[in-house]
Design a protein around this ligand. Structure first.
Ligand SMILES: [Zn+2]
Ligand SMILES: [Zn+2]
Length: 291
């Protein structure tokens, strides 16, 4: 009896330790939009003007890259025909199949149910639950983080084109949404633009200096950007109806670790940011923000 009780005691203790450890991870290692506005008085709002320069940048970035990345994104978006992936051939004609046939990606051992998010075997499945030979076929979107980051770029671009502030009826939701948008763009610019180490010049170049000034001090900002970041899950949805009250503060989030992007993805976007600088900013006298 005693030994069973002891075992239960040890077990409960261990469980308590696990949940404490998880709390610590949540509190210190994952960052949120509000952390970036810690030093700003709550009475001072973040207005839409703070977003505009960044939104124009992301229209350019998305429009410049979408056709190059189209077929790679189709794989991650699960829009491809699984027969084409498995065998390079589909018994249905192109116009009769619900899925896209334009891909060179091949993986005969892929689990078709995993591909459509419906495999129930998990780790026991005998087919592959990851895109295995991806670098043989794709050049830019090589990790799931690349895929998520590209979806976030697409979201910012759609927001730039379709956002109607009057559709969000609650002032708290509106304020939080503006903060989320600013801090998301800060992350995207920080990780995709060329930059000098220990400097925020690239943020001031591509976003507005006033927008950056409203955030925590440059040193804290650089430190905070090193942590994985929680984005609202709704930002990852491919179709959003901007005519509805689509965003609410306190909505579900998912953590993105920007350090998990592939070098290929970053290099590609570095050149797009340089293109934007050369074409739009340099002639206006904006100083370069990298070596
Ligand atoms: Zn097909
Ligand atoms: Zn499976």
């Amino acid at each position: 009896m005693t030994s069973t009780n002891d075992k239960i005691d040890t077990l409960s203790k261990k469980i308590a330790e696990i949940s404490i450890q998880q709390d610590i991870i949540c509190n210190t290692n994952i960052s949120e939009a509000n952390n970036y506005y810690k030093t700003r008085q709550t009475s001072k709002g973040v207005n839409f003007a703070r977003l505009e320069k960044g939104l124009l940048l992301f229209i350019y970035i998305h429009e410049t890259t979408k056709s190059i990345l189209y077929s790679e994104i189709a794989l991650w978006d699960r829009r491809l025909c699984i027969q084409m992936i498995k065998n390079g051939d589909c018994p249905k004609l192109r116009n009769q199949c619900r899925y896209e046939h334009e891909t060179s990606y091949r993986q005969s051992n892929i689990c078709p149910f995993w591909y459509t998010h419906s495999c129930t075997y998990g780790t026991k499945c005998r087919f592959s639950h990851e895109f295995f030979p991806i670098s043989n076929y794709h050049h830019y979107i090589l990790t799931n983080t690349d895929n998520i980051v590209y979806k976030l770029i697409r979201f910012v671009r759609n927001f730039a084109g379709h956002y109607i502030d009057s559709a969000i009826k609650d002032e708290n939701d509106l304020q939080q949404l503006h903060k989320e948008m600013v801090v998301l763009m800060v992350h995207l610019v920080h990780f995709l633009s060329p930059k000098r180490s220990n400097s925020i010049d690239h943020l001031n170049l591509f976003l507005e200096a006033t927008t950056i000034k409203q955030l925590i001090s440059p040193d804290s900002l650089l430190e905070e950007l090193e942590k994985p970041y929680n984005v609202p899950k709704i930002f990852l949805e491919s179709t959003l109806n901007f005519n509805t009250h689509w965003y609410r503060h306190g909505t579900n989030k998912c953590s993105v670790d920007f350090s998990q992007m592939s070098t290929q993805f970053i290099t590609h976007f570095n050149s797009v940011f340089i293109g934007f600088y050369e074409g739009r900013l340099k002639s206006r006298g904006a100083p370069i923000a990298w070596a």
